[in-house]
Structure formats: C-alpha cells, structure tokens
Design a protein around this ligand. Structure first.
Ligand SMILES: Nc1ncnc2c1ncn2[C@@H]1O[C@H](COP(=O)(O)OP(=O)(O)OP(=O)(O)O)[C@@H](O)[C@H]1O
Ligand SMILES: [Mg+2]
Length: 364
C-alpha cells in the first residue's frame, strides 16, 4: 500500500501536559504531535475533563501498556480518550467490536484499486505503522478468539500480515492501544449488555485497567449549562440530581432495600444531554399545558423503560419539575409542590409499597 504522506510526515513533539489539558503550564511533558492531521479528532471546546479522565491522562503521560477503560453506558469513555488524543494532535483509528468482527477488519485486506488487487491496511496496521492511537470501542463484544489474536501486538511485537507476503509492521514508538467497554471483560451477568462475550484471561491480562463512572454533579451541571445556555441554571441542577437518583435506583444503591435494583434503565450523560436539548425544543408545548420536561424525558429515556419504571420516572419528574419550570426560572422554587429529596422519598415509599396502580393516571 502507498504511503499516506500526511501521516508519514507527522512530527512527534513533547508537549506540556498542563497547557494541553487545562490551559495552565505544568512542566510535565507528554508525547504528542506538533500538528493535527485529518485523522486527529476535532477538539470539542465544551468537553469538560473530570476525575474520570485522570487515569487516561496518567496513561498517556507514560509510554505504557494497552489501556482498557470500562464503565456504565454513555459516561464518556470514548469521548474522553478522543478528546485527550485531539489535544495531543494524535491520529486516532477507531474500530467498534462486534460478534462478527474478524482479524482482517483490524489488520487489513485485499481490495480492487484501479483494476488491480491491492492490500489495504486496516486501522490496526495504520496505527502501528504511523504511530497513531487505535481506539477499540466495545471490545467486549468481540469474539474472544479474535481478540486473543491481538495478544502478541499487545505485547509490543510486530504485526505480521501473511496475506501481504508476510509484511512485518513494527510498532511505531508512538503507537498506542486503548479499548473501551461496558464490562471488565469478565462477561455480563446483568443481561443488559446483550452480545457481550467473556474474554480470554490471558488477553485481559495484557491491559492496564481503568474504571470510569459518570462525571460529578457539578461537572454535569456545567456541561448542560454550557451546551444549552437557554436552560435556567437551577433547572440544570435539578435535571442532574434527577439523573443521579435514577442511577442510584438502577444500581440498587437507593436507601430502601425493598427497591434495590428496582429499575432496569439508567441515565447516561448522553441521555442527559439529549434530555436538555429536547426540553428546549419542546418548550413551546408548555403553552398547550404539556410539561416540556416530562415530554422530553420520555423521548430522551423513559420510552425505553418498562411501563412500571416509566410511571415511576414520570411521578418523580412531576414533583421535581413544576409545570412552569421553563417559563420563569426565578419562580421555579416557589411553584414547587414537592422538591428534590422530598419527591425522591415519596417515590421510594411508593415503590417500597409495591403499588404501581396509583401511577396509572400518568399514562394518557
Ligand atoms: N465531560 C464531558 N464533556 C462533554 N461531553 C461529554 C462529557 N461526558 C460525556 N459527554 C457527552 O456524552 C456523550 C456520551 O459519551 P461517550 O459516547 O464517550 O460515552 P461512552 O461511555 O463511550 O458510551 P458507551 O458506553 O455507549 O460506549 C457524548 O456525546 C459526549 O459528547
Ligand atoms: Mg463508547
């Protein structure tokens, strides 16, 4: 395959980690590239680095073993790695695991080019050859046989492409390998992550592990406010505390034992941002007497839930967000009939009593 000049001409550089990640010089150096390329992810200026990013930054600071980041749905595993890479001008080659992924999808395969057969490198070969970051998302969906085929590459050995006359691709010193997944590779016993496969122990043993959770409430609140400046700040706070309560109920960490694991869906940062956007989009519905927050909640999350869970989510929302919340932020507190913790306690009591019939009126 022809050389890709844009990648071949990239100049490695030692960058100041503080300047790159937070804007303040730190004296700590991190390897990156002097300039971005077409393969470098675009910088999202609104991306907020949070505690969960720390492990990934430490990993980038030290030329290290492959990294395996796992954590709940939509907590920013993929985005964090891409945004950190973007600030280091790293070319990123992304691949998503699935049950039918084959090794050739990573290494490369023959294609017809200008009437002739030519070998085309896959993302792994490109990242190894040019010193890029291979970002392997949902790696736990990959069949363990295929994943274990990466073992020698993960050890730092060259990639041997037998189909291409035994071409040997030696790993560039800047080559990095990062994987993301919803499980730690040990399989899924919740039944929520259909398609996840228990991975080979020797394969998993080659990674530095990092667990990532949802960003803290203050980070998510600022994130909502930054992305959607038209949302009143008090409302952003409430939406985040609502999302956190849903997460607690999902994780079974709610205070009443009887409602442990009582709901089957959780609130990802992704869904939270969608909720913010939809809440603004549906704001005109308030004039017709429809609560935009609840209407948006259905479309952002609750339609995915069982009937009982959806009823519970509505009941909680009805009490946390008064009808006029979007109209006049300063009136919000006064108009609440039941706020924050009181509303949550109320719903917990209803769940603990096992009564869901009371919520039937919520479905119109
Ligand atoms: N700290 C943050 N700053 C800005 N945006 C964020 C932040 N955290 C999450 N997001 C947004 O949340 C969404 C979900 O992030 P992402 O896709 O990286 O999550 P994930 O953990 O990889 O999800 P999955 O489990 O589905 O793979 C993205 O649209 C991202 O832009
Ligand atoms: Mg992801």
């Amino acid at each position: 395959m022809d050389t890709i000049p844009e990648l071949a001409n990239l100049k490695p550089a030692m960058l100041d980690a503080g300047t790159v990640f937070s804007g303040k010089p730190s004296g700590i150096k991190v390897r990156g590239y002097a300039t971005a390329s077409a393969y470098t992810p675009a910088i999202d200026k609104d991306f907020m680095f949070h505690d969960g990013c720390r492990d990934v930054i430490v990993w980038l600071l030290n030329p290290a073993e492959p990294l395996y980041v796992y954590g709940p749905v939509g907590c920013s595993k993929t985005t964090t790695i891409k945004q950190l890479a973007a600030r280091l001008n790293y070319p990123v080659f992304e691949v998503t695991g699935h049950g039918r992924l084959e090794f050739a999808d990573l290494a490369g395969h023959f294609t017809v080019q200008h009437g002739n057969m030519a070998y085309e490198y896959g993302p792994l070969a490109l990242a190894m050859r040019y010193g890029g970051l291979l970002l392997f998302n949902e790696i736990d969906l990959t069949s363990p046989e295929v994943a274990a085929g990466l073992n020698s590459v993960l050890d730092g050995s060259p990639l041997c492409i037998s189909e291409n006359g035994g071409e040997l691709i030696r790993p560039h010193p800047m080559f990095r390998f990062a994987a993301t997944a919803n499980t730690n590779g040990g399989g899924d016993d919740t039944g929520l992550f259909q398609g996840v496969q228990r991975q080979n122990a020797a394969f998993l043993d080659r990674f530095t592990l990092c667990e990532m959770g949802y960003p803290d409430a203050d980070v998510e609140t600022s994130l909502l406010a930054k992305r959607f400046p038209a949302l009143p700040p008090g409302l952003c706070e409430k939406m985040v505390s609502y999302a956190n309560e849903v997460r607690n109920l999902f994780m079974g960490t709610a205070t009443t034992d009887a409602i442990s694991n009582s709901i089957e869906i959780t609130f990802s940062t992704r869904s939270l941002l969608r909720w913010g956007e939809l809440a603004l989009r549906y704001q005109p519905l308030a004039r017709q007497g429809i609560q935009p927050i609840t209407f948006a909640l259905d479309r952002a999350l609750a339609f995915r839930a069982s009937r009982e869970t959806r009823a519970m989510l509505h009941e909680l929302a009805r009490r946390v967000f008064p009808q006029e919340a979007m109209h006049n932020a300063s009136d919000t507190q006064a108009q609440e009939t039941m706020s924050g913790q009181t509303a949550i306690d109320y719903v917990r009591q209803r769940l603990a009593s096992g009564s869901t019939a009371a919520y039937a009126c919520i479905f119109r």
